[in-house]
Design a protein around this ligand. Structure first.
Ligand SMILES: [Zn+2]
Length: 191
């Protein structure tokens, strides 16, 4: 079987996540609202317009992507807001910039960096991703060392922090320190 061409890994791609937009209460705004200063968060998008049941993304590449919004049934929560991929109509929470266009990870043929590595290296990446989430840029130092877990950020619950630390220990317990030099954590940091 011929190997399919892979467009890269998810971690290095620009993306937009509907959950993040919900957190920023973007959908509470009236229809027709346009955001022009979104370059700080989404550098690949110059303008976002909220339509009745879709989003218009004006990409820096010159493309305009019309992304329909749908409510999709999901688990126990009931239904959640999803984006519809402009290319394959798949329902997804996250769209990526691939080749100047806006696509989902399936039709854009993106893989997680983790899937392209060995199990051990994948574990290191998992641990590093978790540490980045907790310590932010300040955690970068701890990414090279198996026993350095970032300190608790002030605004984080003790319980959440402890849980993350236990997970970190579980992930890293059986790892040889040599693996820590292998995967390149810079793929986890957005450009
Ligand atoms: Zn798609």
């Amino acid at each position: 079987m011929r190997q399919r061409r892979c467009n890269g890994t998810i971690e290095i791609c620009n993306s937009i996540d509907v959950r993040e937009m919900i957190r920023h209460r973007m959908f509470d705004h009236p229809t027709g609202t346009t955001w022009r200063q979104c370059a700080l968060r989404w550098p690949w998008i110059s303008e976002i317009k909220l339509n009745q049941a879709s989003l218009e993304l004006w990409l820096r590449s010159g493309h305009v992507a019309v992304v329909p919004l749908v409510w999709t049934k999901c688990g126990f929560i009931g239904s959640c807001l999803c984006l519809v991929c402009p290319c394959c109509r798949r329902h997804t929470r996250k769209l990526y910039e691939i080749g100047g266009a806006c696509r989902c990870r399936v039709c854009g043929d993106l893989r997680y960096a983790m899937h392209r590595r060995s199990v051990a290296a994948g574990r290191v990446l998992t641990a590093q991703r978790r540490r980045l989430k907790i310590g932010g840029k300040g955690a970068l130092r701890s990414l090279d060392s198996p026993d350095a877990f970032p300190p608790k950020p002030r605004n984080m619950w003790n319980r959440t922090y402890e849980r993350a630390r236990r997970r970190d220990q579980r992930t890293t317990r059986k790892l040889d320190w040599r693996y820590w030099r292998d995967p390149d954590w810079t793929i986890l940091v957005p450009r």
